[in-house]
Write a protein that binds this ligand. Structure first.
Ligand code: GLN
Length: 302
């Protein structure tokens, strides 16, 4: 790191770049929190250090690097991709442009799955379309005895999920390492496997939805966001395939769009699920729906 002293000709030539954290943050056009996240990332500092060291002269390379990230953010790139990470369920996940950025509302899916497996020892869990691995890793981290399978059709996403699992999970957890597998929904899954819980945050945005061309979504993998149809086609496949993959008491929970809860409940009921219900996220939106497989009773012959 080059010290910013008055004797350094480079500093004399470009006084504007011999900046301090305070000056960079003051001049930033970004929301203050975003500016602090990007600057802390560039400097490798904790957020508190941006305060305690706010008037320290920064080397010009750091200043330039920050200004580059700031410009990319102004042009729309998601903060999580610029810093390569996003916190989810108290864990720090690696994020790349190959995966959906974990959303806070998806923590509801994790909490609900954890509640559904509360009384099951060594539960077997399947996460369909795992992306970063956020859901699967959060469950595996909270329930070290759970045996977790995480599937995605994207090899690039699976590589990210594998790195997150390796970094965030205890290698000696009783449930063993997470099983990562490339699969288009259930297609490549061993048909003999039975799960206690199936979870998924599938692509559920309809192809024509204007949100796809707004905000962070413009930079996320399109295949993780939309089914290129009515928004329910992936959910139909997941619901239809679940009974054959669930143990008798098994539960299925799916995240969906703000206006899809009723349609998803209908799909679950039509597929023979019991205790079908939806749960509200913190924004007051019915965000996930699920049910339990009925115990395989003999068919009713009335
Ligand atoms: N929750 C995301 C959004 O609306 C969409 C994620 C998804 O399709 N699974 O921004």
């Amino acid at each position: 790191m080059m010290p910013a002293t008055p004797d350094n000709p480079a500093d004399r030539a470009t006084p504007a770049t011999a900046s301090t954290p305070a000056a960079l943050l003051r001049a930033s056009p970004l929301p203050p929190l975003e500016a602090r996240i990007l600057l802390a990332h560039v400097l490798g500092w904790r957020h508190t250090q941006l305060i305690t060291r706010s008037d320290e002269a920064l080397d010009s390379a750091s200043g330039e690097r920050y200004l580059t990230l700031q410009a990319r953010r102004v042009a729309g790139e998601p903060v999580a991709q610029l810093v390569g990470a996003r916190e989810f369920f108290g864990l720090d996940f690696e994020v790349t442009p190959d995966v959906l950025i974990p959303r806070p509302e998806t923590e509801l899916l994790v909490e609900t799955a954890l509640a559904a497996m509360e009384n099951i020892a060594g539960p077997r869990v399947l996460d369909l379309g795992t992306g970063t691995g956020a859901i699967a890793v959060a469950i595996a981290s909270t329930r070290p005895d759970a045996r977790v399978w995480a599937l995605d059709r994207s090899a690039e996403a699976l590589a990210v999920a594998a790195r997150n699992a390796a970094r965030l999970l205890d290698a000696k957890r009783p449930g063993g390492a997470m099983t990562l597998k490339q699969s288009d929904w259930y297609d490549s899954l061993d048909p003999a496997l039975r799960f206690d819980i199936i979870v998924s945050n599938p692509p559920y945005i309809a192809s024509g939805d204007p949100h796809l061309s707004e905000g962070d979504l413009r930079f996320e993998p399109r295949g993780a966001l939309t089914d290129e149809a009515d928004g329910l086609s992936a959910i139909r496949v997941i619901v239809a395939g679940a009974p054959a993959r669930l143990a008798g008491h098994g539960a299925l929970w799916i995240e969906h769009g703000y206006d899809q809860a009723e349609a998803v409940r209908e799909l679950l009921t039509a597929q023979g699920f019991a205790q079908v219900r939806s749960q509200y996220d913190l924004a007051g939106i019915e965000r996930i729906s699920g049910g339990r497989l009925r115990d395989q009773a003999p068919a009713c012959a009335e």
